[in-house]
Design a protein around this ligand. Structure first.
Ligand code: ZN
Ligand code: ZN
Length: 479
């Protein structure tokens, strides 16, 4: 294609290169094009290069390695513990490299990152844009959901970010459908980012069903559903590191998804993936302090939804003392009152989530429950190779009791399931985590109630805060 260059000189650019690089940020070495061609585009001002790892100036948090301060321009890492040095085969010097994003290919201080700064590619036909309805979701929004959905879309359409602060089970996903549909109709690129792979897996089919004609891409480590140039992307925040100035609207689900906090590096990745001035929508049940304060002081548009979509209150967690559970587990004994509760629930065909603080505890407890003769018990944790299969079996009801670490605290919805936290006094269970765990219960209209029990050896401040949080939300919801 011919273009007018800076001095009115006609110059050609390579469309294949344009399509490859537009909206992304790649290591120069990763570009499957000749050096000659790349150099030409750099000269034309259509490719911008910057150093992969740089020393940073004043104004950015200073981190020192030796006498210098470093930042990785790909992932935003500034943590000195996350940099290393190598004697580099490329530049034949000692180079600093970033450990934080190493799994996406090494970025060194002599690496160059390339982005496209030429014209946007002409996009392929998108016939679905003319369809009367792009979103074919059949459900209806409650009045409160509808109000939130309208305000969200209005705010984003005027370029203003928005917070949806909503109790678990308020139907947050459905609330964003109209704003997503509107953006797609305008020909915009939309991303829904979350810190958690589980949430991507849960949301992907729901968006696919709601937007059947729109190509949807799911990005997480090992994803098989990656569609190039899809206008709707559901992604872990981590995978967005590869993008640059690409998305027109950004939805962030579970901003504070413990234990994968939206740390500064993930935030860097998401901000970099967004076009300049693109509005953000934050969806959460427990907003982190910066968003909460921005909303309460009126600096951030938003809405608070204190009622679940079915109108029933959130289950308020009860705290049950079980004595020194650590000691009794060491002796191979499951505390009696906990065991009694589990057996009673199983005899009533109730499916149970049992949350624990560590993988070793998970293994011990799962085995002891199985030894007690309880059938269909399984344990699952983040590194479990059968993790996704087990979650699927639990959803189908083939597994009745699922002992789990906090990986499942959000995103997994099983109607009628109830929850226990075994050892809720462990510091891993903070307010946000406990609120999310309680939010797993009573989500379906047919079974809106259910128990959430915090089994503990001494009530913690976080437990009290979580109980207060839920009570307050129920009161605000008029329940
Ligand atoms: Zn080097
Ligand atoms: Zn990095």
């Amino acid at each position: 294609m011919l273009l007018s260059g800076k001095n009115g000189i006609q110059s050609a650019f390579d469309e294949e290169l344009q399509h490859f690089l537009y909206g992304k940020e790649c290591l120069l070495d990763e570009l499957p094009f000749s050096r000659e061609l790349i150099k030409k585009h750099v000269r034309l001002g259509m490719i911008t290069l910057r150093l992969g790892v740089e020393t940073i100036e004043k104004g950015i948090v200073p981190i020192q390695i030796g006498s210098k301060k470093w930042v990785c321009r790909r992932c935003g890492n500034t943590d000195p513990g996350e940099f290393g040095t190598v004697s580099c085969s490329q530049c034949r010097k000692r180079c600093v490299y970033c450990r934080h994003c190493l799994n996406m290919g090494v970025v060194r201080s002599c690496s160059r990152l390339a982005t496209w700064s030429g014209p946007e590619p002409i996009r392929e036909e998108r016939p679905w844009r003319d369809a009367k309805r792009i979103c074919t979701w059949e459900g209806t929004l409650s009045d409160q959901q509808k109000m939130a959905a309208d305000r969200l879309d209005q705010s984003l359409s005027s370029g203003q970010s928005f917070l949806i602060w909503a109790v678990c089970g308020s139907g947050k996903t459905e609330i964003v459908f109209p704003a997503v549909e509107h953006a797609l109709r305008r020909g915009e690129r939309v991303v829904l980012a979350t810190p958690r792979t589980d949430v991507v897996r849960e949301l992907y089919p729901r968006f696919q069903n709601a937007f059947p004609k729109v190509p949807v891409s799911a990005l997480h480590a090992g994803s098989e559903n990656q569609v190039p140039d899809a206008p709707l992307v559901i992604s872990t925040a981590h995978q967005l590191i590869r993008f640059s100035h690409y998305f027109d609207r950004v939805f962030i689900d579970e901003v504070d998804a413990f234990p994968y906090h939206f740390d500064p590096m993930l935030e860097y990745a998401v901000r970099k993936a967004a076009k300049e001035g693109a509005p953000f929508a934050f969806l959460t049940a427990t907003p982190p302090p910066n968003l909460k304060n921005a909303y309460l002081s009126g600096r951030l548009n938003g809405v608070k939804i204190a009622r679940r979509f079915h109108g029933h209150p959130l289950p308020e967690p009860k705290a049950w003392w079980i004595g020194n559970w650590k000691k009794s587990m060491k002796q191979g004994i499951v505390p009696q009152s906990f065991m009694k509760w589990v057996k009673q629930k199983s005899s009533h065909q109730v499916q149970l989530f049992i949350f624990v603080s560590s993988v070793s505890l998970l293994r011990e407890l799962t085995e002891l429950l199985q030894r007690e003769g309880l059938g269909h018990v399984a344990g699952v944790h983040a590194e479990d190779p059968d993790r996704h299969a087990k979650v699927a079996f639990f959803r189908e009801g083939k597994i009745r009791i699922l002992v789990t670490t906090t990986i499942l605290e959000r995103g997994v919805t099983v109607p009628g399931a109830e929850a226990a936290v075994f050892g809720a006094d462990d510091p891993i269970f903070n307010e946000s985590a406990l609120v999310q765990i309680a939010g797993r219960v009573g989500r379906s209209e047919r079974r809106p109630n259910g128990e959430v029990i915090l089994f503990h050896n001494g009530r913690t401040l976080e437990m009290v805060r979580a109980q207060r949080h839920i009570k307050q939300m129920n009161e605000e919801g008029g329940l």
